[in-house]
Design a protein around this ligand. Structure first.
Ligand SMILES: Nc1ncnc2c1ncn2[C@@H]1O[C@H](COP(=O)(O)OP(=O)(O)OP(=O)(O)O)[C@@H](O)[C@H]1O
Ligand SMILES: [Mg+2]
Length: 320
C-alpha cells in the first residue's frame, strides 16, 4: 500500500492556493486552486509569461496575501517566522542598494535575517569568497555589472543558511557565461539544500531539475519527475536513413510489427512507430541482411523539455 506523505515531509506544499488581484471593480484570478507538492532536490516551476509564477512565489514567501487556500513550508505556515527562516529568496528583479558596498549589503541582509553582527560579517566573507567577489567587496553595488549584482543577490538569499532556496528567474538578465556560472552554483548549492526555481530557459531546467511543475493561466497542468515526463512524452518514433529509403519504407508498411512508417518531406528520412520498440532493432537488422542496404543513421526521436512544454501548453489552450 502506498502511504500518503505527510505535509511536513514536503519542502513546499499547498492546497487550493488562490490569488485574486482586486483592482477597483475588476478582479483578476492570477493563481487558481493550485496544489503544489515539492520534495527535496531541485524543482522547476515553469510557465509562460503571466502564468502566475511570481504571484505564487510571493505567496509562498509571505510577501503577498493569500486569497484562499493554504501553503506550507516543511509544514510551517507560509509567511510565518518559522517558514521564513527556512527560505532563501532571490527575486525576479532584485533591488540592491546602489550606494552600499557588496560587503556592507550582505552584512545588512544578514542582520535582517536575524544574525548577530559578528556572525553576519563572517557569513558575508564566506559568501564573497564563494561567489568570487572578495576583490570587489568594497565597490558600490551601483557600479557592479548585471552578473555581479545577480551573484550578490544570490549571496544575500543564502546569508542566513536557508534550507530551501526559492529562485525566481535567476538567469533572465545574464549573458551565456553568467548563466552557466549561476547554473553551476545552483547545482552545487543543491547538494546541501532544496531548490525551487522558476525559469523560462527550459534547456537549463532540463539540465538541473529532478521534478517539475508547469503552470498555465494560474493552473497547474503538470507536476511530475523529469524522468517520468520524458518517459511519458517521448514518442516511440524512430528515424532511419538508408541508401534505399523508398523501398524500405514500403517493406516496413507491410510489416505486422510496425504501427506506422513514412518518409518525412523535409529530410527524406524514414520515420517508424513500432508496436514493440524492443523488437525494432532486430527487424531492421533482418531487412538490412535481406536487401544488402547501407544504413546511414538509426536513432530515436528525442523530445526536449521545450517540445513537451510547447505541446502541453498548446493542448490545454486549444481545449479551453
Ligand atoms: N499587483 C498586481 N495586480 C494585478 N494583477 C497582477 C499583479 N501582479 C501580477 N498580476 C497579473 O497576474 C498574472 C500573473 O502574473 P505573474 O507575475 O505572477 O506571472 P509570471 O508567471 O511570474 O510571469 P513572468 O514569466 O512574466 O514573470 C498576470 O496576468 C499579471 O498581469
Ligand atoms: Mg514572474
Amino acid at each position: 500500500m502506498i502511504q500518503e506523505r505527510s505535509i511536513e515531509s514536503y519542502e513546499i506544499w499547498s492546497k487550493d492556493l488562490t490569488k485574486i488581484y482586486e483592482k477597483r471593480r475588476n478582479a483578476f484570478k492570477a493563481v487558481s486552486k493550485i496544489n503544489l507538492r515539492v520534495k527535496s532536490g531541485i524543482h522547476g516551476f515553469l510557465g509562460p509569461n503571466g502564468a502566475g509564477k511570481t504571484t505564487t512565489i510571493n505567496m509562498l514567501i509571505g510577501a503577498l496575501s493569500i486569497t484562499s487556500g493554504k501553503a506550507k513550508i516543511r509544514g510551517k505556515k507560509s509567511g510565518s517566522v518559522a517558514a521564513r527562516r527556512l527560505i532563501g529568496y532571490l527575486p525576479q528583479d532584485p533591488v540592491l542598494y546602489k550606494s552600499k558596498t557588496a560587503e556592507k549589503y550582505l552584512i545588512y541582509m544578514g542582520r535582517l535575517g536575524g544574525l548577530k553582527r559578528k556572525e553576519a560579517k563572517r557569513k558575508a566573507q564566506e559568501l564573497l569568497y564563494y561567489f568570487d567577489l572578495l576583490d570587489e567587496r568594497n565597490k558600490k553595488l551601483g557600479k557592479y555589472s548585471g552578473g555581479m549584482k545577480q551573484k550578490v543577490a544570490l549571496a544575500a538569499a543564502l546569508i542566513h543558511d536557508p534550507d530551501i532556496l526559492i529562485l525566481d528567474e535567476p538567469t533572465t538578465n545574464l549573458d551565456p557565461v553568467g548563466r552557466s556560472a549561476i547554473i553551476e552554483q545552483i547545482k552545487n548549492l543543491s547538494k546541501t539544500m532544496s531548490i525551487f526555481i522558476s525559469s523560462h530557459v527550459l534547456s537549463e531546467i532540463e539540465q538541473i531539475c529532478d521534478t517539475i511543475t508547469i503552470l498555465n493561466r494560474g493552473e497547474i497542468i503538470l507536476i511530475d519527475s523529469l524522468l517520468n515526463i520524458k518517459k511519458k512524452y517521448i514518442g516511440n518514433v524512430f528515424k532511419l536513413n538508408t541508401n534505399m529509403n523508398a523501398k524500405i519504407v514500403e517493406e516496413l508498411k507491410n510489416n505486422e510489427f510496425i504501427l506506422r512508417a513514412w518518409i518525412d518531406e523535409k529530410y527524406g528520412r524514414i520515420h517508424i512507430i513500432p508496436k514493440d520498440p524492443e523488437k525494432l532493432r532486430e527487424m531492421i537488422q533482418k531487412i538490412i541482411l535481406d536487401h544488402e542496404i547501407k544504413i546511414y543513421s538509426f536513432d530515436q526521436l528525442e523530445l526536449s523539455l521545450q517540445d513537451i512544454f510547447m505541446r502541453l501548453i498548446n493542448e490545454v489552450n486549444h481545449t479551453k
